[in-house]
Structure formats: structure tokens, C-alpha cells
Design a protein around this ligand. Sequence first.
Ligand code: DGL
Length: 269
Amino acid sequence: MNDSAIGIFDSGMGGLTVMRALAERLPGERFLYLGDTARLPYGSKSADTVKRYALQAAQALVARQVKLLVVACNTASVSLPALQEALGPLPAIGVIEPGARAALAVSPGGPIAVIATEGTVKGGAYVRAIEAHGQAPVVQQACPLFVAMAEEGLVDGPIVEAVAHRYLDPLMATLPRPRALVLGCTHFPVLRSVIGRVAGEDVALVDSAATTAQAVARLLAERGLARGAGPHEPHRFLATDAPDRFARVGEIFLGRAIDPGSVEPIDLQ
Ligand code: DGL
């Protein structure tokens, strides 16, 4: 079991930003990533549809004997309780809880600004997670175009800048001014430099990737599931559409080249 891979999934390539932090924190582990590229975006779909998709993705990873599931998609994190029920004893971790804790550590009194998909904003998952651990007020903004631009590999330049102003200027004009801005969608870290510039130097950007990696490391240690010092295994990937494109554009998210031969097509329907 310890030798099995950690399964990670997202609607597309965004979750690769989480996988990047996981691989840095846990270099001895094996990783199997699933991107549901055929059905992206999840952010504009109903909670029931996202739940159904998330369950299918999780089952595909379970069928490949993963030892732990990382839901590297904020939008799909609404399905964590349902997933946990369906998966039985297999541990599952989402990105919302670690992100909420990281935001409170930066700005305990708030206000905390959250940018995310429409589904995450409407579902109020960050508001609940932040309220569960602290007193900080939360202000939110849905940024669906950020997902489309990131999946296009469009991560800088005047178009991204203009869209960022449209989303962030009203949010950051909140009084008192937010000091923490949560990147509440795993696609957003690739737009970090534009988001940071537009939000302002005095604002700390909170990315849940590193804190999720810490939570995964802790869980592996607690359950005695860590792989330890095995030979390094190349990452493996599954994509529900366009595996070649996944390998090409995914590099921006993972921060390293993806061998097209390591991306397998998969049908979840
Ligand atoms: N990357 C996903 C998230 O963290 C969602 C992007 C989408 O499919 O809309 O919420």
C-alpha cells in the first residue's frame, strides 16, 4: 500500500499547481493525476453535476489503487463528504481547509478576500471554513475568466491585466482594505504575478498548495502510509480529453516538462 501512488484530481490542469507543491514536499512519493479536461469548467456547473463528476474521477483513481486522494479543485471540494462516504476508509484531502487556515495565519482579524469560481463563491465553502477557525470577515469575487485564460496558457500581458482589474479593483476597494487575498481556485497561481501586481504590494496572496502539501505529509505520517526512500518514479497523468494539449500546456502549471507519453486518455462516463 505504501508504494501506491497519491491520486490527485481537478477539472483540468489547475490541480497541477497542487501536485507541484506535493512533489516538492514529498519527492519520494508516486503521483497519479487526473484532469477532467473534457468537462472543464466545473466552476459554472451546478453542485450536483460537480459532485457526480468528482465521484467519477475519484472512482477512476481508486480503481488504480491510489493510497490517498487529493481533491485539487476548490469547486469539487463541496463533494468531499460525499466522496469520503463513497470511498470508505481511503483518506481524502481537499484544498479549502488548508487555504482557510493559511489566510487566517496571515490576517487573523480580516477582512480576507477570496477569489474563486462561481460555484465556490456561491457555495460559501471558504466563508464557512474561515468562520470555523476564526473571526475574520470574508469578501468574495468569482473570477471565471481566469480559469479560461489559465487553460489557454495566457498568464500575463494586457488582456490578463485588464480582466484582473475588472475583478480585483472593486474587491480590493473594500473597507477596511483586505490584507490577505486567497487564490481560491487551483488555476489561479499561474496568474500570480498579475494578480499580485493588480491587488497591490501590501496584500499577501494565499495559495493553498503548500499548506495542502503539509497536510498530506502529516496524514501520510500519521497513518504510516509514507513511501519512504523508494526509487524515483515518473509522474503519471490521465486526461479526459486532448492528452497532447494537456502535456504541452500542463507544463506551465507543473513547472516542469510533461512527457506526452505519460498522459493517458480516460473516459469517465
Ligand atoms: N481548478 C478548479 C478550482 O480549484 C476549478 C476550475 C473550473 O473548472 O472552473 O476550483
